[in-house]
Design a protein around this ligand. Sequence first.
Ligand SMILES: Nc1nc2c(ncn2[C@@H]2O[C@H](COP(=O)(O)OP(=O)(O)O)[C@@H](O)[C@H]2O)c(=O)[nH]1
Ligand SMILES: Nc1ncnc2c1ncn2[C@@H]1O[C@H](COP(=O)(O)OP(=O)(O)O)[C@@H](O)[C@H]1O
Length: 226
Amino acid sequence: MAKLLRAAVLGPPGSGKGTICKRIAQSFGLQYLSSGHFLREGIAANTEAGVLAKTYIDRGMLVPDQVMTRLMLPKLEQLRNHSWLLDGFPRTLTQAQALNSLYQMDLVISLNIPYETLKERLSDRWVHPASGRVYNMGFNPPRVQGKDDITGEPLIQHDDDKPEALMARLRHYKELAKPVIDLYKSQGVLHSFSGTETDKIWPYINSLLSTKMHTQPSGAHPTQVP
Ligand SMILES: Nc1nc2c(ncn2[C@@H]2O[C@H](COP(=O)(O)OP(=O)(O)O)[C@@H](O)[C@H]2O)c(=O)[nH]1
Ligand SMILES: Nc1ncnc2c1ncn2[C@@H]1O[C@H](COP(=O)(O)OP(=O)(O)O)[C@@H](O)[C@H]1O
């Protein structure tokens, strides 16, 4: 049997984390957990955490660490016997340390995408809020303009993808991501990918995952996988 894999994808807003995570989840059957999705779910349901989170997200700020760890860690607790893949968490060193105290990560993917590319992509990103399906008017447009492919419901643009919030988000990301990336580098689990196109990066990530899903923990004797 393939071993359980604990993985995360790091990258600035618009770097393609969601797009890549969906491909990984589909190809390798990992449980996919997106912090942004859970936050928006909380906002839509008017939960206490959701209402609080919205005040930060609307200003292009990160949600406080304690709110995030209380949101995300219990979800992982329910997935003890699954391989999982995190998108958007951890985003700060405090979050990474909280995660680290519970789980040893096996694989962390960091996406390096030029700023101009991020700006272009996000100004073109439209989502179907109920399902979290993401479209891009150039890269993966909906079949009918402005409508979700599956339900036909209207697509919206997140307030935090609008230019005012975007600059602040990218600045925050840079400052806070470095110590997180350094932590995973020091643990020997970091793999970085650079480029401007998800389709070009994807084959490398695909082959990395194929290797990882079929290897034993380091130190163990490799076994043949049928
Ligand atoms: N033009 C273009 N758009 C892309 C590419 N990869 C992802 N996108 C789009 O860029 C936007 C951001 O991608 P997403 O996966 O949501 O990034 P995240 O914010 O890191 O989760 C979405 O609208 C995607 O459809 C790409 O290679 N080229
Ligand atoms: N781990 C996190 N820590 C703090 N805030 C977060 C975290 N994940 C998501 N958020 C908040 O939710 C917003 C939307 O997140 P997400 O959907 O991951 O979008 P993006 O990848 O485009 O930033 C972020 O801009 C941030 O305000």
